[in-house]
Design a protein around this ligand. Structure first.
Ligand SMILES: NC(=O)c1ccc[n+]([C@@H]2O[C@H](COP(=O)([O-])OP(=O)(O)OC[C@H]3O[C@@H](n4cnc5c(N)ncnc54)[C@H](OP(=O)(O)O)[C@@H]3O)[C@@H](O)[C@H]2O)c1
Length: 296
């Protein structure tokens, strides 16, 4: 059993942003990982931008690991709420990193494929140059940089197109629209890899459990290179929906924030260093849909 040598207790994992998609999927796994003590903190329990409160929690709880799932994730709104996006995604992440470093707590932070400009034509590796096209992407990149500055031994996991039965996401939106609309139009010229948040949650805990801490950035998503249109088609097929879906261009679906046209992540590093399996996107989608009931 993983033990904290200074306290002789089970290792304690603190999860911030615990009411988001990833936070809730981690919570679902709690019983399958009895060798750890988990402390799940929602925004109400611990707003990560309240630095004094964060310090108090660390003093009281002495976590061995922090998984930061808290983030400002409203990609379009961020274009007009730049300060707030940077406060949560950058400044607060720097403070979490500094506190983790001071308290010898291992810090796992989650970042995004939106740090890339999307002009690439092969999967992005962790060392490819970043050039975010949106405020959200830029705030997340700033968060990565501050995390590494204040806690050089942190681990950053970049992921993409996250969905779950919890929260708001593309899968749930398509399921709802299939119920509500006679036909759908979905962008067919943006390519990436979906990530079932349950797989990401399992991957994070497996990484911790290897007890092989190799700081740095790691990409993680499901395997696949698809457009949002192909993603929607597969959701509809699994639902046996007859609603017609048409592919449209990004120009035909204008949004406040620019998205990368291509943001497939290369998962070689996380597979080689941690031996983590990269699950097929179709299988993971089917699993998510079969486990969950979605309300319209
Ligand atoms: N969703 C995606 O497609 C995607 C893609 C790539 C990377 N990521 C990254 O993956 C991570 C997890 O994303 P997710 O999809 O699970 O996001 P999510 O569902 O939006 O969850 C984020 C959580 O953070 C909480 N939060 C916001 N501000 C906070 C603050 N100041 N203090 C504490 N908690 C705060 C939110 O609280 P409320 O519930 O009260 O709003 C929410 O529960 C994030 O770092 C995100 O940037 C996500």
């Amino acid at each position: 059993m993983p033990i904290n040598k200074s306290t002789d207790k089970k290792l304690k994992i603190l999860v911030t942003g615990a009411n988001g998609q990833l936070g809730k999927e981690l919570r679902q796994l709690e019983k399958s990982w009895p060798q750890y003590d988990f402390l799940f903190l929602s925004r109400e329990d611990l707003p990560i931008h309240h630095f004094e409160l964060v310090r108090q929690f660390f003093t009281a709880e002495h976590p061995d690991y922090l998984i930061n799932c808290a983030a400002y994730t409203a990609v379009d709104k961020a274009e007009t709420e730049k300060e707030l996006a940077y406060q949560i995604n950058a400044e607060s992440v720097g403070v979490l990193a500094a506190i983790c470093h001071e308290r010898h707590c291992r810090f796992i932070h989650i970042s995004t494929d939106y740090v890339f400009d999307g002009n690439g034509h092969r999967p992005y590796t962790e060392s490819d140059p970043c050039s975010p096209q949106s405020v959200y992407g830029a705030s997340k990149l700033a968060g990565e940089q501050l995390a590494m500055q204040y806690d050089p031994s942190c681990i950053i996991i970049r992921t993409s197109w996250v969905y779950s039965s919890f929260g708001k996401n593309f899968v749930k939106t398509i399921l709802r629209l299939l119920q509500e609309k006679p036909a759908l139009s979905v962008v067919s010229d943006q390519f990436g890899s979906p990530t079932y948040a349950a797989d990401l949650a399992e991957a994070i805990l497996s990484l911790i459990d290897t007890n092989k801490w190799q700081p740095g950035i790691y990409n993680y998503s499901n395997a696949g290179n698809i457009s949002w249109y192909q993603f929607a088609l597969q959701i509809a097929a699994l639902q046996h929906s007859q609603v017609p879906i048409t592919g449209i261009s990004t120009d035909e679906y204008p949004t406040a924030a620019r998205r990368p046209a291509y943001s497939v992540l290369d998962k070689t590093k996380v597979s080689e260093v941690y031996g983590l399996p990269i699950k097929d996107w179709k299988e993971s989608l089917a699993r998510c849909l079969s486990f969950c009931t979605f309300s319209a």
